[in-house]
Design a protein around this ligand. Structure first.
Ligand code: FAD
Ligand code: NAG
Ligand code: NAG
Ligand code: NAG
Ligand code: NAG
Ligand code: NAG
Ligand code: NAG
Length: 541
């Protein structure tokens, strides 16, 4: 312990109090051994000690809180890690895995911290966070149109780095620039380019993974099954991804964006109804999602209404877009004045909610402008919902105060329907019209407020049951939802228990994921509340 004490000798007495309150006496011993082990891993790096944070370091809370993206898990009662390690070299990740293994420490891996249930930085077991925030370099090769991206990079940095090298390359990942590429691809990852190019995970061609024994593996040495599993089978399950090799995709030098807003008085219901029938069949260069929320009515002062925002990216110029819209979705009444031509990288800013003149460097900023409390759920829609369902959804949006409830309908079809269900673990392909994300947000602290909003979203989810996918009712793992089933953290979750949530996220791919997990991590070292369990002794229990 001397090493760490030398930093803050005056905090010596505080240590015991903290260790006891953070972990209990037994694990304090284990975590001491863990720290000692890290220091001894000098063959990995002499410098790792500077990258280790325990509660006695004044910066511990800053490091912990920096990547918390949901205020639900930023409270005084949220369980805190015994140690945070922030590797700046792959060898540090190896050391951290080896020492956690050796001393039985439970670990959580964090890249961008956007896990909806906080699983990358919260655990009820005493635990260590391996936070990849210092492993975020991006190296773009414009000749081969590929990039090696370290797992701690945020999506904004990936897009920014690509645009620096080429005005006609892009990457089909999510719209929020602060999301970490490590967790994102581990669950699939989609954005405005999904109808043209599929998911982020569909465009990964190699990876560097630290396995349960602390070895560095690449695609060739890990083999195709493990390489398959890490592209969407869920984070913190098969190892720690330290880098992905991405296949960049072509984008035109001019793209067009629009957002057309319609309220109920402007026939939003009819337009959403129509959208359901066309959105997945549009030209694959055209992506139109719908964002639904309650807003003040401009025509009737003092009243509120539901607004549907048709939010779109078209891979081409406005002169090509207008005839396409006239042919496929004339009801929206799109006109040239609704549209803005820009470069693809500017469209990244647009979808992230920044104004056009914002400097591109904002994409490097890892701090979300407003972090709120939230709870979300996802659904897949295979047949257009009847009007009564849409109206029921609006009714539920009216039940909450403004700004608290949101629905996002994201169209599928195009490339998504061409990729087979088992190409990567993400199974939601042909046959899906669109995905729904249900969201509840709030800003007030306290259990009562949390309960109110969480119970609202659970009722909404229950209401929509007859109109969405069933047997199984499907869900997107990157919109993690612990309501749909959890593992026990002792590490002995049965196949049957895990299949409750596993089939919803992965359908038929769940079995193959279990098989791969059993091969590469039979003792279930990498685990969380929704990680694939290994089969014990090959028995399906
Ligand atoms: C504001 C916001 C916007 C979003 N927008 C989109 C979107 O447009 N499209 C979309 O598809 N999703 C979106 N998401 C969901 C997002 O893709 C997932 O939450 C994703 O898992 C986040 O990755 P992360 O690295 O930021 O999160 P983390 O919380 O760091 O990680 C998520 C999970 O992966 C594990 N993990 C993290 N890094 C690694 C690694 N290197 N190796 C192995 N396991 C790892 C963690 O332990 C955790 O279980 C959004 C989320 C938020 C909060
Ligand atoms: C988390 O809580 C701390 C302390 O209350 C606060 O300073 C910080 O801004 C919060 N962060 C987020 C993301 O809510
Ligand atoms: C990482 O550590 C290895 C092994 O100690 C060393 O060879 C390499 O130079 C280090 N890389 C960086 C970027 O520091
Ligand atoms: C909506 O209207 C109310 C009062 O009618 C006002 O207090 C509130 O700020 C408005 N909200 C928005 C988002 O305009
Ligand atoms: C961008 O333009 C808007 C008006 O269009 C202005 O309000 C804002 O200050 C500008 N922002 C920057 C960063 O220049
Ligand atoms: C990053 O964004 C946050 C939130 O919008 C802002 O407060 C902060 O000043 C920004 N940091 C930099 C370096 O621009
Ligand atoms: C898992 O292990 C714990 C503790 O050893 C035990 O209490 C629990 O019953 C086990 N659960 C299963 C499903 O075997």
């Amino acid at each position: 312990m001397t090493f760490f004490y030398s930093v803050f000798p005056s905090m010596f007495p505080l240590l015991f109090v903290l260790l006891l309150s953070f972990s209990g006496a037994t694990s304090a011993h284990t975590h001491e051994d863990f720290l000692q082990c890290l220091r001894l891993q000098s063959k990995y790096s002499a410098s790792i000690s500077k990258l280790v944070y325990t509660p006695i370091k004044s910066s511990y809370f800053d490091v912990l809180q920096f990547s918390i993206q949901n205020r639900r898990f930023n409270t005084t009662i949220t369980p805190k890690p015994l140690v945070i390690v922030t590797p700046s070299n792959v060898s540090h990740v190896q050391a951290a895995v080896i020492c956690s293994q050796k001393h039985g420490m439970h670990i959580r891996v964090r890249s961008g911290g956007h896990d909806y249930e906080g699983l990358s930085y919260v655990s009820v077991l005493p635990f260590v966070i391996i936070d990849l925030i210092n492993l975020g370099s991006v190296s773009v090769d414009a000749t081969s149109n590929t990039a090696w991206v370290e797992a701690g990079a945020n999506l904004g940095k990936v897009y920014y780095s690509i645009a620096q090298k080429s005005g006609t390359s892009g990457f089909p990942a999510g719209t929020c620039p602060t999301v970490g590429i490590g967790g994102h691809i581990s669950g699939g990852g989609y954005g405005t380019l999904l109808r043209k190019y599929g998911l982020a995970a569909d465009n990964v061609i190699d990876a560097q993974l630290i396995d349960v024994n602390g070895r560095i593996l690449d695609r060739a040495s890990m083999g195709e099954d493990l390489f398959w599993a890490i592209r969407g089978g869920g984070g913190n399950t098969f190892g720690i991804v330290v880098a992905w090799k991405l296949n960049l995709v072509p984008v035109p030098d001019t793209v067009t964006v629009f957002t057309v807003e319609k309220t109920l008085e402007q026939y939003a219901t009819q337009l959403v109804d129509r959208w359901q029938c066309v959105a997945d069949k549009l030209h694959e260069d055209l992506f139109i999602r719908v964002i639904l929320e309650r807003v003040n009515s401009s025509s009737q002062p003092g009243k509120t209404t539901i607004r549907a925002a048709f939010n779109s990216l078209f891979l081409g110029k406005v002169d090509s877009l207008l005839p396409l819209m006239q042919e496929s979705f004339p009801e929206l009444g799109l006109v040239k004045e609704d549209c803005t031509e820009m470069s693809w990288i500017e469209s990244v800013l647009y979808f992230a909610g920044f104004s056009r003149n914002t400097s591109l460097e904002i994409l490097l900023n890892r701090t979300q402008p407003s972090v709120r409390f939230f709870k979300a759920k996802s659904d897949y829609v295979k047949e257009p919902m009847p009007k009564v369902a849409l109206e029921g959804l609006w009714k539920r949006l009216f039940q909450l105060e403004m700004g608290s409830g949101q629905l996002i309908f994201s169209p599928y079809g195009g490339r998504m329907s061409e990729i087979s269900e088992s190409s990567v673990p993400f199974p939601h392909r042909a046959g899906n019209l669109y995905q729904i994300q249900h969201l509840a947000y709030w800003d007030e602290e306290g259990i009562k407020e949390s309960r109110r909003h969480i119970s609202w979203i659970r009722r909404l989810y229950s209401f929509v049951t007859p109109y969405v996918s069933k047997n199984p009712r499907l869900a997107y793992i990157n919109y993690r939802d612990l309501d749909i089933g959890v593992n026990n953290l002792q590490g002995n979750t049965s196949y049957k228990q895990a299949s409750i949530w596993g089939i919803k996220y992965f359908k038929i791919n769940f079995d193959k994921l279990v098989h791969v997990k059993t091969q590469v991590d039979p003792a279930n070292f990498f685990r969380n509340e929704q990680s694939i369990p290994p089969l014990s002794c090959g028995i399906i229990n």
